[in-house]
Design a protein around this ligand. Structure first.
Ligand code: PRP
Length: 473
């Protein structure tokens, strides 16, 4: 077997295993994109879905491409390498000067030289594309072609099975059971269009989602809530839809007196459309969310020290020991790799591992923090040890929105561990956006500023041996 054949064989093996996992569509496609790029020795890859209604291509998974490149604007399938729509593989040998490339100046600035696009087929129909990118000139061998076509079949199966089809099913089901007609949903490609937000808080929220690479659509759907004869007399259009999380989000960050009416609408929506998952984020919720990154009205809130102790040193010790016992029992006879994201986790991880009675390896990661518009999350310190085929226990000090964990778990899953579970000391459910599964939880806490035992406020208080609630001015 030649080296490239071996690489392709192993790539296909990995991609089929990923496809067979129950990860979300986005995570699956990101992981497959990585496998494709690595197997072919290319710089980047993306998996695109074709929207038959408007012929636009939407990125549903990517690897190795900059945010600028991914968000360079809507990609019209009929204009961008149209031969792929006929089921052919297209190759661009010099992207900045090829007229089939829709945004050549961005290709040039991002040093993209070769682009190879291969169709994802379902039967005779093209339903999407796999595109790979290289900074060097690159030709296409028969083996490359064979690999791309086969991986296209894997993607096709993924698409068929995954959340997008579930979403469509849900829309169909809701249409069948809803009291009156629902406006058609325009799903893909919408998030690639430039969006005019009604309020700056919405733009900030979109930036935050972009940072954590969570796909969003702005006001993609309106729900009729009341009818007057044949006509609709009341409609509700939530601000965001997050396809990966299958969640609508309504931000009520303007006048507080509107909250009652918004609450009523959300309640009605839940009654009429029980399958729809909608989350109301109030001004207070949003301010607290932004404060974590040093933004918004509470970003530089003055604090007067710790107002009260939420969990004493003794309570923490007792809970940590009990978590360690459960972990040791559940993993009996195995060894685990415990992974923490710096820095908040240091006290908890260090105490937890000391009470675990099975063999343990420990590793740390660090990721960048939200810094405003145009930023995307980056791993600033990756793992030292390999976790492939290992049992991994991801350890967190606190889970709030779940966006950090959502991102980190996708990264860890792409390394193909034997299993992946989560242990968090604190769970602040009220702030949750990404519905990540927590297997071991120390304490469920209310929506308050907590510090100590590793947790900080603007870098301070990590050294407190207890967990306390801050007193704000
Ligand atoms: C904390 C914590 C988690 C994250 C959870 O880290 O350690 O990693 O927040 O928040 P989320 O669920 O809303 O994503 P933080 O960003 O405060 O950094 P630190 O650990 O260095 O204090």
């Amino acid at each position: 077997m030649t080296t490239s054949k071996g690489r392709y064989y192993s790539g296909l093996q990995q991609a089929t295993a990923i496809a067979n996992d129950s990860l979300s569509l986005r995570r699956t496609c990101n992981a497959i994109a990585k496998v494709i790029a690595k197997s072919m020795g290319m710089t980047g890859c993306r998996v695109l879905l074709l929207n038959p209604k408007n012929d636009f291509l939407t990125t549903i998974g990517s690897f190795g491409l900059s945010d600028l490149y991914l968000r360079k604007g809507p990609l019209a399938a009929t204009k961008s390498l149209p031969e792929v729509l006929e089921g052919q593989i297209a190759i661009v040998s010099h992207a900045p000067s090829d007229e089939r490339v829709q945004h050549p100046q961005i290709a040039e600035s991002q040093h993209v030289v070769t682009i190879i696009a291969s169709p994802i087929m379902r039967g005779q129909d093209v339903i999407g594309q796999v595109r790979v990118y290289s900074r060097q000139e690159r030709s296409l061998s028969d083996l490359d072609e064979e690999f791309l076509r086969t991986i296209g079949h894997v993607c096709s199966v993924v698409l068929e099975r995954a959340e997008l089809s579930q979403f469509k099913e849900r829309v169909k089901r809701t249409c069948a059971t809803a009291p009156k007609q629902i406006l058609p949903t325009e799903m893909p490609a919408a998030s690639l269009k430039p969006v005019e937000f009604a309020h700056e808080s919405e733009a900030e929220f979109a930036n935050l989602l972009d940072f954590y690479q969570i796909e969003w659509l702005y006001e993609p759907r309106s729900f009729p809530l009341a009818w007057n004869g044949e006509g609709v007399s009341q409609m509700f259009t939530p601000d965001f839809y997050l396809p990966e999380l299958d969640m609508y989000v309504e931000l009520t960050t303007m006048k507080q007196d509107l909250i009652t009416s918004k609450n009523r609408k959300v309640r009605k929506l839940r009654e009429l459309y029980p399958d729809i998952n909608v989350r109301l984020v109030t001004r207070k919720d949003f301010a607290r969310l932004l404060a974590k990154y040093g933004y918004g009205p509470l970003g530089d809130a003055k604090v007067e020290g710790v107002g009260r102790i939420l969990y004493s040193q003794t309570q923490i010790k007792r809970r940590v020991r009990s978590l360690a016992r459960r972990v040791s029992k559940d993993y009996a006879g195995q060894r685990i790799v415990m992974i923490g994201v710096l820095k908040g986790v240091m006290c908890f991880l260090s105490d937890l591992m000391q009470h675990i009675s099975i063999p343990v390896k420990v590793d740390y990661m660090d990721i960048s923090h939200y810094g405003g518009h145009g930023d995307i999350v980056k791993i600033t310190r990756d793992l030292d040890c390999s976790i492939t085929d290992e049992h991994v226990l991801m350890v967190e000090d606190i889970v709030d929105t779940g966006m950090t964990l959502n991102y980190v778990l996708a990264h860890l899953a792409s390394h193909r561990p034997a299993s992946l579970h989560v242990c968090s000391l604190l769970d602040r459910k009220e702030r949750r956006l990404a519905n990540v599964q927590l297997d071991y939880v120390g304490f469920e806490i209310p929506d308050e500023f907590v510090v100590g035992y590793g947790l900080d406020y603007q870098g301070e208080y990590r050294n407190l041996p207890f967990i306390g609630v801050l007193r704000q001015e």
